[in-house]
Write a protein that binds this ligand. Structure first.
Ligand code: ADP
Ligand code: ZN
Length: 774
C-alpha cells in the first residue's frame, strides 16, 4: 500500500546525505508536517537522533522506512524559495546542501536550543520535558494559537520583558507626608501622565519608585520588547534630500528598468547612500521590500542609523555583533512580516523576506561578502539568484568596484552608472601626497615621517581631526632573539607569534594559541629578546611620546572586543573627545566625520607585498576608501600615504584618485597572467596532519582533475600553501583556471567524494569557487 512519506535532508555532513532520505510520517503528525520544518530523525546503524529538514513529500510503498521521531516546528522555518535557493547554490559552492540550508537559519534554530511553550496565562513549559503525546497535543495548540513557542538562548531568557507603569486608582487620594518631597513629585508626575510609561524611563530613583510599587500606587504591566529595540531609540528621524543632477540621473535609470543589475560607481561621498535610501523608499511605495547589504555592519553603526532614521520601525538589522537571541528576534520580525527593510552583513542575504523589490550591495568589492567557511558563497551570487526569483532590482555600489563587476559592466551584463563628484558641493576630493619612507623616516621615530608629524600638529592646532591607519594589529609583529635570530613561532602553525602588550602575551592570529613573552631566548638562552615590526599599540605609544598633548583613540580588534565597543569609540571621536583616531583597516570603511581633514596611512606596503593576485586591487581599494574619509564636509581634506614603494602603480593612482586608470592597468596584468576576471578559478585545498600524505593525495587529485578537464583548463599545482601549516595540519593547494568546462562540477564532486573513502579518513578537502586570494 502506498503511504505518504517525507523527504528529509539530515544534518550529517556526508556526500550521500546530500540526497534526501525518506522517512515514514507518524499518523498523528500527518496533518501538522509541512516542507521547510525541522524534525528529529533516527540516522545510521545506531539510530542516533539527528536534526533534519523536510524538503518534500512523496508516496512510497509502506516498507521498512524509519519513522520521524519528532517534529520541531509548528510553522515552516524555511520558505519554498529558500529550499529552492539551497538547490541552486549547491552548484557553485561545493558544500553540502545541509550547510546551505543551515546558513539560512538563525543560530538559535540550528543548535539544540530548547523550545519554551507559553500559554495564554503566561505559564511556561519546556518542550524537552514533555512526553510524546504531550508534544503532539502541544503542536496542535500552537497551531490553533493557544500556545506560543519561543527558544531559550542557553540559560538566558529568550524574551526581554520591560515593566510599564501608570497611576493606580488609589494614587490620587493617597496621602504623602510633607517631608517626602521626591514622593510628592512622583505622585504629581504620574497623575499628569496619560499613557503608560516605561518604569526605567521614570526620572526618579529606584527607591522612590519601589515605594509606589509596594504601596500599589502604580499599576504595573509587563510587555515583551524586542531585544534590539534600543537600536531604534537614539536615532533622530530624517527626510530624503533633493538629489543633485548626477544622482537624479542614476536614480531615474534605476527605477525605469529592472532588466539587469546596476553597478553604481561613485566616488567617496558622492551620495550613493542617498540614492539607495530613495530607491528603497520608491520600492516601499510599490508595496515591496528591500535588502541592503553592508560589508560589516558592526563596524558601521553610522550606516544602520541612516536607515533607521529614514525608515524607523520598518527596519530590521542583522549583523555579527548581535547575540543569538537578538538575531532571532530580528529574524522573527522579518518572518512575521513586520520588517520591510533589512539592513545587514553578508548572511542577511538569506533573510525570509517576501516580495523583494530591490537588493543593494554597498561596497560590493569587499572580501567580507564571500564566506570563508562552508558554504563558501558570495553574497553577490546569492543576491542575483534571489533577485531572479523575485524579479527584483540589484544595485552594486562602490567607489572602487571589483574588477569582476566592472568588467561585467563593460561587457553590458550590468548597467554602469557613475557619480564623479561629491554630493556636498563644498566638499572636494582630497589631495593625496605620497611620502617616500626610504628618505623621509624621522630621526626620532620608527613609524612617522616628519611630514606626517608636522601635518598632524598643524591640523590639531586648528581643532580639526585626524584618522591614522595602520594595517596591522598588536604591539609588534614578532619577537626575535638578537643573538641567534630565533623568532618565536606558533607550535601549531608555520607563522611567527604576534606580541600583545595589553595581555603581555604572544598570540597566533591563525589558531588562537597564546603564550607568555619569553624572558630568555628559547633557542640559545640569550637575553637579547627584541620586538620587531610595529602594530597599532606600539604606534600609539610612539605617537604619545612624540606629541604628548595629543588625545588618541585606538580602534582595532583588541580595543573592540566588548559589545558596542566600536560604537562607543566612534561616538567619542564624533564628539571630538579625541584628536586622532588610530586604527587598523576597520577605520577605513563608511565613516563620515565632517571635522576630519587629514588621513594618514602609516604603512601602505603591508598589503602590497602579500603573495596574492589581488594584492594591488585590495591595496588600491583600501587606500582609496580610507582617503575618502578626509574632507567630507566644508573643510578641505588631505591624505598622506607613507610607503617604501612610491613607484607602485596602485599607490600612484590613489594619489591621482583615478579608478579608471587603475582598472585599465590592472586588467592588462590580469589578462597577461590569465587571472580573473579573464578566467574563472577554483581552488582545491587539501589538508592532513602528515605532510607526506597530503603531498601524495594532492598530486592524485591534481592528476584526476587534469585528466577529466579539457586541454583549455589550466591546472596549477599542487603547491604548499604560503603558510604551509596551521592548526597542526599541512595544506596543499591546487588552482584550476578555466573559461568553460562542462565537466567541472562533476569532477569536483568526485574530488569531494574521495574524503568518504575509509583510507582517506583524516584527509580534508575544501573546494573554493572564485577564491578571494591565491
Ligand atoms: P556615499 O555613500 O557615496 O559615500 P553619502 O550618501 O554618504 O555618499 O553622501 C555623502 C554626504 O553628502 C552625506 O553627508 C550626505 O548626507 C550628503 N548628501 C548626499 N546626497 C545629498 C544631496 N542630494 N544633497 C545634499 N547632501 C547630500
Ligand atoms: Zn597557530
Amino acid at each position: 500500500m502506498l503511504k505518504k512519506t517525507a523527504k528529509i535532508i539530515v544534518d550529517v555532513p556526508l556526500m550521500q546525505t546530500d540526497k534526501p532520505f525518506s522517512y515514514a510520517i507518524p499518523r498523528n503528525l500527518e496533518n501538522l508536517i509541512e516542507t521547510g520544518m525541522r524534525v528529529h530523525v533516527p540516522f545510521g546503524t545506531a539510530n542516533r537522533l539527528v536534526q533534519g529538514i523536510v524538503i518534500d513529500f512523496s508516496e512510497e510503498e509502506d516498507s521498512e522506512l524509519k519513522e520521524i521521531a519528532e517534529l520541531l516546528d509548528v510553522e515552516p522555518v524555511l520558505t519554498a524559495e529558500q529550499l529552492r535557493l539551497a538547490d541552486e547554490m549547491r552548484h557553485t559552492v561545493f558544500s553540502y546542501k545541509i550547510s546551505c540550508l543551515k546558513a539560512m537559519l538563525p543560530n538559535l534554530l540550528n543548535s539544540s536550543y530548547d523550545k519554551i511553550l507559553t500559554d495564554s496565562e503566561g505559564s511556561q513549559r519546556k518542550w524537552s520535558l514533555l512526553n510524546e503525546s504531550q508534544k503532539i497535543e502541544a503542536l496542535k495548540e500552537v497551531k490553533s494559537g493557544h500556545l506560543k513557542v519561543s527558544y531559550s538562548a542557553r540559560s538566558k531568557e529568550n524574551k526581554k520583558i520591560e515593566k510599564y507603569v501608570k497611576a493606580s486608582a488609589k494614587l490620587a487620594d493617597f496621602k504623602i507626608g510633607k517631608a517626602a518631597k521626591k514622593r510628592a513629585e512622583l505622585k504629581s508626575y504620574l497623575l499628569n501622565q496619560e499613557e503608560m510609561i516605561r518604569q526605567k524611563d521614570l526620572p526618579f530613583s529606584s527607591a522612590v519608585i519601589k515605594y509606589f510599587v509596594d504601596n500599589e500606587l502604580v499599576e504595573v504591566t509587563q510587555k515583551e520588547v524586542s531585544r534590539t529595540a534600543a537600536m531604534f531609540e537614539a536615532v533622530t528621524p530624517d527626510k530624503s534630500k533633493v538629489l543633485n543632477e548626477e544622482q537624479a540621473l542614476a536614480f531615474n535609470a534605476i527605477i525605469e528598468s529592472a532588466d539587469k543589475p546596476f553597478l553604481l560607481e561613485g566616488v567617496t561621498g558622492s551620495g550613493k547612500t542617498e540614492i539607495y535610501l530613495q530607491v528603497i523608499e520608491h520600492t516601499l511605495r510599490e508595496g515591496k521590500t528591500a535588502i541592503m547589504l553592508v560589508p560589516e555592519i558592526a563596524l558601521t553603526p553610522q550606516m544602520s542609523n541612516r536607515f533607521i532614521a529614514r525608515f524607523g520601525e520598518k527596519v530590521a538589522i542583522m549583523h555579527s555583533g548581535l547575540s543569538d537571541g537578538e538575531k532571532y528576534d530580528e529574524w522573527r520580525k522579518i518572518k512575521e512580516g513586520h520588517a520591510q527593510v533589512v539592513v545587514g552583513a553578508r548572511s542577511a542575504i538569506f533573510v525570509p523576506l517576501e516580495n523583494i523589490g530591490v537588493i543593494i550591495i554597498d561596497e560590493e568589492h569587499e572580501t567580507s561578502y564571500k564566506q570563508d567557511s562552508n558554504p563558501r558563497y558570495h553574497a553577490r551570487d546569492v543576491a542575483l539568484l534571489r533577485a531572479k526569483y523575485h524579479q527584483a532590482r540589484v544595485i552594486l555600489g562602490s567607489a572602487t568596484p571589483s574588477l569582476e563587476s566592472r568588467a561585467r559592466a563593460q561587457k553590458g551584463v550590468y548597467h554602469l552608472l557613475t557619480l564623479k563628484h561629491r554630493a556636498n558641493e563644498q566638499a572636494l576630493l582630497p589631495e593625496v601626497q605620497i611620502v617616500d619612507m626610504r628618505s623621509h623616516l624621522s630621526d626620532q621615530s620608527a613609524n612617522f615621517s616628519d611630514i606626517l608629524l608636522e601635518k598632524i600638529r598643524e591640523k590639531v592646532e586648528r581643532k580639526e581631526q585626524v584618522i591614522l591607519m595602520l594595517n596591522r594589529r598588536g604591539y609588534s609583529s614578532f619577537v626575535m632573539c638578537r643573538d641567534c635570530g630565533f623568532v618565536v613561532g606558533c607550535p601549531n602553525c608555520d607563522i611567527s607569534l604576534t606580541l600583545h602588550m595589553d595581555t603581555k602575551t604572544l598570540n597566533c592570529h591563525y589558531c588562537g594559541h597564546q603564550e607568555a613573552i619569553p624572558q630568555v631566548c628559547p633557542n640559545c638562552n640569550g637575553r637579547k629578546i627584541r620586538y620587531y615590526g610595529s602594530g597599532t599599540q606600539k604606534v600609539q605609544e610612539e605617537l604619545e611620546k612624540l606629541l604628548p598633548e595629543l588625545r588618541i583613540l585606538r580602534m582595532d580588534v583588541d580595543t573592540t572586543k566588548t559589545k558596542n565597543a566600536h560604537e562607543k569609540i566612534l561616538r567619542k571621536f564624533g564628539e571630538h573627545a579625541a584628536d586622532v583616531l588610530l586604527g587598523t583597516q576597520m577605520i577605513a570603511k563608511g565613516l563620515d566625520f565632517p571635522n576630519v581633514t587629514l588621513v594618514g596611512v602609516i604603512n601602505a606596503d603591508t598589503g602590497l607585498n602579500l603573495p596574492d593576485f589581488r594584492a594591488s586591487e585590495r591595496s588600491f581599494q583600501l587606500l582609496m576608501q580610507v582617503a575618502g574619509r578626509a574632507g567630507r564636509a566644508n573643510k578641505k581634506g588631505e591624505v598622506i600615504i607613507q610607503t617604501f614603494n612610491p613607484g607602485h602603480y596602485a599607490v600612484k593612482l590613489v594619489a591621482a584618485q583615478d579608478y579608471e586608470a587603475f582598472y585599465r592597468q590592472e586588467m592588462y596584468y590580469r589578462q597577461q597572467l590569465s587571472y580573473p576576471p579573464y578566467y574563472f578559478t577554483v581552488q582545491i585545498l587539501v589538508s592532513h596532519k602528515d605532510e607526506d600524505i597530503v603531498a601524495k593525495k594532492a598530486y592524485e587529485i591534481a592528476s584526476l582533475v587534469k585528466e577529466k578537464l579539457s586541454a583549455k583548463a589550466k591546472v596549477l599545482g599542487p603547491t604548499p600553501k604560503p603558510i604551509a601549516r596551521t592548526h597542526n595540519l599541512y595544506h596543499y593547494q591546487i588552482l584550476v583556471k578555466y573559461r568553460f568546462e562542462a565537466q567541472l562540477e562533476e569532477v569536483l564532486n568526485q574530488v569531494l567524494d574521495l574524503t568518504q573513502k575509509r583510507e582517506n579518513k583524516n584527509l580534508r578537502v575544501l573546494i573554493d569557487s572564485e577564491p578571494q586570494s591565491f
